[in-house]
Ligand binder design. Structure first.
Ligand code: HEC
Length: 147
């Protein structure tokens, strides 16, 4: 075997090994990203806030058609789920008041869902008020105010 060919083989082997190592590192990083639970902030930003926005708007100005009621219904499902997320995945700040407030959010979102299904704008308005109070109460207690 010529010296040139040996060197080329060695180089190819090195490249293949490096490639495999990179692939493994990438797979590990990918896995970490996949399994890391969303933070409280991420849940607020992506679920709690947008879904409650739809509900607050509808609570002050009742839905006019099927499509708008449907939007409220879907938002109530998302809001309830965001409340459940606050109780799990290491997001709870304590095992008492935090859990009560997250539970209240879930219950009020469920009440919103019922109101939307019944197309009951009075019940929707009340549920919206209750939800709002829970946001405020929890933030007053747990949100970092030093920002
Ligand atoms: C169980 C407690 C709890 C409830 C209930 C709650 N929040 Fe939050 N929320 C927090 C905490 C804690 C933070 C601060 C998160 C952080 O900065 O790490 C926060 C942050 C936020 C933020 C700021 C996110 C950012 O960009 O920094 C918004 C917006 C928000 N909440 C909206 C709402 C709304 C709207 C509701 C009611 C529908 C609600 N939250 C209900 C605990 C709660």
């Amino acid at each position: 075997m010529s010296r040139d060919r040996t060197m080329r083989r060695t180089r190819i082997a090195l490249i293949v090994t490096a490639g495999a190592m990179l692939a493994t590192a990438a797979a590990t990083a990918q896995q970490d990203a996949d399994t890391a639970p969303a933070t409280v902030k991420q849940v607020m930003q992506t679920m709690t806030e947008p879904s409650s926005e739809v509900i607050f708007t509808a609570a002050s100005e009742p839905p006019k058609d099927q499509q708008q009621w449907e939007a409220v219904r879907k938002s109530a499902v998302v809001l309830a789920e965001s409340g459940r997320l606050l109780m799990t995945g290491g997001r709870a700040k304590d095992n008492t008041t935090w859990m009560e407030m997250a539970r209240a959010l879930v219950n009020q979102a469920e009440a919103t869902l019922k109101a939307a299904e019944a197309k009951n704008s009075d019940a929707l308005s009340k549920a919206g008020d209750d939800v709002y109070l829970t946001c405020e109460t929890c933030h007053a207690r747990y949100m970092d105010t030093g920002r």
